[in-house]
Design a protein around this ligand. Structure first.
Ligand SMILES: C[S@@+](CC[C@H](N)C(=O)[O-])C[C@H]1O[C@@H](n2cnc3c(N)ncnc32)[C@H](O)[C@@H]1O
Length: 227
């Protein structure tokens, strides 16, 4: 999978992509992450990328030309036809595991990170295929939301996680939250690991985990079960 990120702050991505799962996925050529600094594509002699909003109001708006030129560059370079272009936006539909799964099947995804008061609506009308929010709060820019999405999508791409790290038992699989996890030592500050997990009886362990999953989901997220 190839992930393209249009941003004013490409350096924000470098540290995260250079560590842990993302680093391995890139090294193993399962994932390619291309960063584009929107400012580099500005035709303004001072490389300006924002301007005052028509109609007045607080803050600045990202101008359409640098974003559109960045998009044209990506589409031409990689010969993409109608690629998925995701604009991170508090006004978008709220991201979840189902959206992550469907996006993990794409070959190329372009992320567009907004800043200031956001981007000119005509860019949304012209190139954006999906407006996605990561939750009902406002962040300074689309960079953290893009990283949240990229991480959750990447771990669903076959080969990114190894077998022992599989996502198949994780929260939101089958609309359930994950059961409690325990590791060594058996006893910690007076609290014991549930006996069943030490029994070696895998049928019983599976049953216990399934019951715990149902219980915790009903307690914390009954909306998942009702879906
Ligand atoms: C300060 S916000 C702009 C908020 C916008 N004026 C509004 O009220 O909807 C700047 C940028 O951060 C990103 N952003 C902020 N909150 C977000 C969220 N919850 N989910 C996804 N992106 C977000 C978007 O790319 C947005 O263009």
């Amino acid at each position: 999978m190839r992930i393209h990120v249009m941003t004013l702050f490409p350096d924000i991505f470098k540290a995260y992509i250079g560590e842990s799962m993302m680093k391995k996925a890139v090294e193993n050529s399962i994932l390619e992450v291309e960063l584009y600094n929107i400012r580099d594509f500005s035709e303004n002699k001072h490389k300006k990328v924002d301007d005052y909003p028509f109609g007045g109001g607080a803050g600045m708006v990202m101008t359409p030309q640098p974003i559109f030129s960045t998009y044209e560059y990506i589409v031409e370079k990689y010969e993409l036809e109608n690629p998925r272009v995701i604009y991170l936006s508090p006004k978008g539909r709220v991201f979840n595991q189902k959206i992550a799964k469907s996006l993990s099947l794409e070959n190329d995804i372009i992320f567009l990170c907004g800043h200031y008061e956001g981007i000119d609506q005509r860019i949304i009308d012209l190139i954006v295929t999906d407006e996605i929010s990561i939750g009902d709060y406002v962040l300074t820019g689309g960079e953290l939301p893009a990283l949240v999405m990229i991480d959750s999508i990447a771990r669903l791409v076959p080969g990114v996680l190894n077998r022992s790290e599989s996502h198949e038992d994780e929260s939101f699989e089958n609309d359930l939250l994950e059961y409690p996890q325990y590791t060594r030592p058996r006893s910690f500050n007076g609290l014991e690991v549930p006996e069943v997990l030490l029994s070696g009886n895998h049928k019983k362990i599976d049953e216990w985990r399934s019951e715990e999953s149902q219980k915790i989901t009903l307690e914390r997220r009954p909306d998942l079960i009702k879906k």
